[in-house]
Design a protein around this ligand. Structure first.
Ligand SMILES: [Zn+2]
Length: 205
């Protein structure tokens, strides 16, 4: 199924609004804290800085990241980058979720600089997200940029909103996937991807 809205609209921050730090100070009062005590006195500014970093994906776009790093190559084997770690924020609770993503594509006539794929993952992860959309957005972006024969993305994550509150299931993980083109239509391609991703004895761990 294709996501209806594969790219979330990016809103530039409005500089004339009340600074996030001032809102953080009010938030501290709301939860019953004293923002003037020593340990908290600079917390609103630190929290603003952290939040701006964690949502910095709104201020970047795919074209800037890719920046021409597309190369014409006659490669017809699957390209896989596995275990891309990411940190994101769930849009329902504003709590972190984090995990790893495995990204693969079957080139047609172009390949992308390998370092670009983790940067694309980071760009989407550093926005408010749900895991399903994050997975779809990475896949849809590679499909658009590379026009490959297929793209496969598997995302395994753990959610603080499940671990720390609600059901308090500390060890349950969530797996989402997006399979486009040959990864969707050809079982052999999908199986090759899944087996390469699930190999536990690869040389880097
Ligand atoms: Zn949540």
């Amino acid at each position: 199924m294709k996501p209806k809205n594969s790219v979330v609209k990016v809103m530039p921050p409005k500089l004339d609004e009340e600074p996030i730090a001032a809102l953080m100070r009010k938030l501290l009062v709301k939860i019953g804290e004293d923002p003037s005590r020593e340990g908290l006195s600079r917390t609103p500014e630190r929290a603003e800085k952290a939040l701006r970093f964690l949502t910095s994906g709104y201020e970047t776009n795919v074209e800037t990241i890719v920046n021409g790093a597309l190369f014409s190559e006659k490669v017809d084997e699957m390209v896989i980058i596995r275990d891309i770690e990411f940190y994101s924020m769930c849009e329902h609770h504003l709590l972190p979720f984090f995990g790893t993503m495995h990204v693969a594509y079957l080139p047609k006539d172009k390949v992308i600089g390998l370092s670009k794929i983790p940067r694309i993952v980071d760009m989407f992860a550093r926005r408010l997200q749900v895991q399903e959309r994050l997975t779809q957005e990475v896949a849809a972006t590679l499909e658009r940029v590379l026009q490959p024969r297929g793209v496969g993305v598997i995302c395994e994550a753990r959610h603080f909103c499940m671990m720390m509150r609600g059901v308090e299931k500390q060890h349950s993980g969530t797996v989402t996937s997006a399979m486009l083109g040959a990864f969707r239509t050809r079982k052999a391609t999908r199986d090759e991807f899944l087996s390469l991703v699930s190999q536990k004895n690869h040389p880097f761990v």
